[in-house]
Design a protein around this ligand. Sequence first.
Ligand code: ZN
Length: 292
Amino acid sequence: MTMPIALKGATIHPVIEQQGGFFKVKDFFPTLSKELLDESRSWMEPTFFDRDGGVMLCIQSFVIKTSHHNILIDSCVGNHKERATRPFWNMLNSDRFEKGLAALGLTVNDIDYVMCTHLHGDHVGWNTRLENGRWVPTFPKARYVMADRELAHWMQREKENPASCPWITDSVLPVVAAKREQVVKSDFTFNEQVQLVPTPGHTIDHFSVLVGHKGNDAFITGDMIHSPLQGKYPELGMMADYDSAQAGQSRRKIFDRFCEEPTIMCASHFPAPSTGRVRRWNDGYKFVAVER
Ligand SMILES: [Zn+2]
C-alpha cells in the first residue's frame, strides 16, 4: 500500500483504482511539437511516458482522515459504467477501489464527504453503484460537494446531449436526485483544515483541495495538472481541457504560490506515489521527491 501523508491532525491516503498508459502522448497533448517531445523523453521515459508512447496515468482517489471526518476526494471510474469511447474504462468490474478503502479500515458507510474536483468520468464513477438496476449513491451517509458552475454546466450539457456525457447521467444526476449534493463556490472553506482552491481551465469550475495549515500542508491537484510535462511547460494543454489557456494560468498561479513552500503536492494523475514538492525549473516547474 502507498504510504499516507501525515499532517498535524490529518492524514491523506491514496486509493488507487488503475494505473497505465491509457492515451498516446500525441493524442493526449495535441499541441506538443515533435521537437519538444523528443527533448522531453530523457526525463519523462519510462516513468511518465511508457515504452509504447503512452502517458502513464494513475486513476486514484485520496481519503483525508481527520478527527472529525473521512473525506473522499474524487471517485475514479467506478464499476459497470458504459463508456463506449474509453475501452479501458468501459464496464469496469474491479474490486481494487473497495479493497483500497478496506485497507484503510473503511467501508462505504464511513465516508462523510465526497468532494468532486470536477465532473469528468474518471473522477465521479464511484459516486454511484448499481442496485437492482438503478444507480444509487455508493456512500449512503456522504454529502457530495460540487462547485456550482461545474454542476450547472454539466447538467445543461446532459440535458442537451446526454450521449456526450454518460457519466453525468449515471454518476452525478442520481446523487442530485437523492438530494445528497452540497453545492458550493469553488473557493469554499470547508473547515480550518480543508480549503477548496479554484483552479479553472481543465473544466469550467475545477477546484483543488488544500489540506492542513501553512508550513504543514498538502495540495490535492485534481486535474489542474496531468503530467510533470505540464510543470515544465505550464501552457501545454491536454485533449479534454475546457480552456487550455486558462488551465495554464491556473498552473502558473498555483506553482508560483507553492514553489518555495514545504507543501506536498498530491498530483492525482501522476503515477504512484504521485507526490512531490514543486520547485522552479527555468521558466517552468519540476516536482522533487518527498522523503518520508
Ligand atoms: Zn482525470
